[in-house]
Write a protein that binds this ligand. Structure first.
Ligand code: CA
Ligand code: CA
Ligand code: CA
Ligand code: CA
Ligand code: ZN
Length: 403
């Protein structure tokens, strides 16, 4: 029994959701939900208990057996310490690659100490499979059905936002997209509770006879514009990127790590249209380029999707070229060459965002973690909906002149 959940009046909508999913979970998985004997009468901050790698593995294994018609679980690779990097696929006809359905890729825990980044994806997977068969449901029991869908607006003015979403939106996502979810890209880092993976380093150049340190920052290890950092060493913190003891050590060469190789190999043989990579923290979103403040040819498309997501989660959409009309070669904000998004977009043409969850790390408040999970069910469903038109939009919302 891992997740202790506290319910207060503020979060009464979660009670309804919980009740709806409880029977199947209790019967079969016995894992994830622990209901306190009676709800506390005052707001008590009880620390949220995040999934462990092992508990996640058990949960996903069980869910993929129960819901085998819409969920599959495969390992896309193993880590230095021998853990599987799990990939969940959610879709109707889940064992078939349906070419006409756009691929959506959601990833968490490139950084092992960013717990909400995988938690929201585990929550999302559970919510999707458990809601898929559900009829039109009055989730908040106010006599109205689906009166407050996921849009970031309190449509019925009852003080709660998005508490009674439309069950059809789940079926729509599963019927019309191929949804690929890698909740923990870096399971060794999650288990060790730190940022990098656990591969031993033998000096900056790999030539040292003995181990000098452990781990690579996986979100600096993707091979796109790898060498630009040498042009502007100070702006990119080159000194730290190439120091094997640093938290942002990018590795000896592009895709030197098992985890980034696994993602790369997976992406190269699947048809992905759009991707979100979850991190924490800061409550903001960023998008390519990440090695320069120049806009991509898809700036308008990125902004349009980003603004829609911001409407749902109320996060800030950060725009690199936000200083008037000018675009700078050097990134003005958090330049991260080697990030997954830069490679996904630059090399694979996938519209890719980073989502920074929560206001602090670690976020411990149960109510805030659950609120974050819930809002990003809405964000993920929105991405599934948008994916259905995105290949067309990539062609029409394309500004060839800006690049
Ligand atoms: Ca209702
Ligand atoms: Ca509903
Ligand atoms: Ca409402
Ligand atoms: Ca709403
Ligand atoms: Zn991160």
């Amino acid at each position: 029994m891992k997740n202790t959940r506290v319910f207060t009046k503020m979060f009464s909508s979660y009670i309804v959701i919980l009740c709806l999913v409880l029977p199947s979970l209790q019967a079969v998985t016995q894992l994830s939900i622990n209901i306190p004997p009676s709800p506390p009468s005052t707001l008590v901050i009880i620390p949220y208990e995040y999934y462990t790698y092992d508990n996640m593995t058990t949960l996903l294994t069980n869910l993929s057996q129960i819901y085998s018609d819409i969920m599959s679980l495969t390992s896309i690779g193993t880590t230095y310490e021998g853990r599987n990097i799990w990939m969940v696929k959610l879709s109707d006809n889940v064992l078939v690659e349906e070419a006409e359905e756009p691929g959506v890729l959601l990833m968490g825990a490139h950084h092992g100490d960013e717990k909400p980044s995988y938690e929201i994806l585990i929550y999302f997977i559970k919510y999707m499979v458990e809601t898929y068969q559900m009829e039109k449901t009055d989730n908040d029991k106010d006599g109205l059905f689906n009166e407050d869908p996921f849009d970031g607006i309190d449509n019925d003015n009852d003080g709660h936002t998005d508490e009674d979403p439309n069950e059809d939106s789940i079926r729509n996502a599963l019927s019309n997209t191929e949804l690929y979810i890698i909740p923990m890209v870096n399971p060794d880092g999650v288990v060790y509770e730190w940022r990098k993976n656990r591969e031993p380093n033998y000096g900056d150049d790999g030539q040292s006879p003995s181990i000098t340190s452990y781990g690579v920052d996986l979100n600096r290890n993707y091979g796109y514009m790898w060498n630009i950092v040498y042009l502007f060493p100070e702006n990119f913190f080159l000194e730290y990127l190439i120091d094997d003891e640093s938290w942002i050590y990018r590795g000896e060469k592009p895709f030197s790590e098992r985890e980034t190789q696994a993602v790369k190999s997976f992406v190269e043989i699947h048809d992905i249209s759009i991707s979100l990579s979850y991190h924490d923290y800061g409550e903001f979103m960023i998008f390519p380029w990440m090695h320069t403040s120049r806009h991509t040819p898809h700036e308008a498309l990125y902004r349009s999707i980003g603004e829609d997501m911001a409407q749902i989660n109320k996060y800030e959409l950060k725009i690199y070229g936000q200083y008037g009309e000018r675009e700078y070669i050097i990134p003005r904000y958090q330049g991260t060459p080697g990030s997954s998004e830069n490679w996904l977009y630059g090399e694979q043409g996938i519209i890719a965002f980073t989502m920074e969850l929560c206001r602090r790390r670690p976020e411990r408040s149960s109510s805030l973690v659950l609120d974050t999970c819930w809002k990003h069910v809405g964000v993920n469903l929105y991405i599934c909906e948008r994916a259905q038109t995105i290949e067309e939009e990539k062609l029409t919302l394309f500004d060839g002149a800006s690049n």
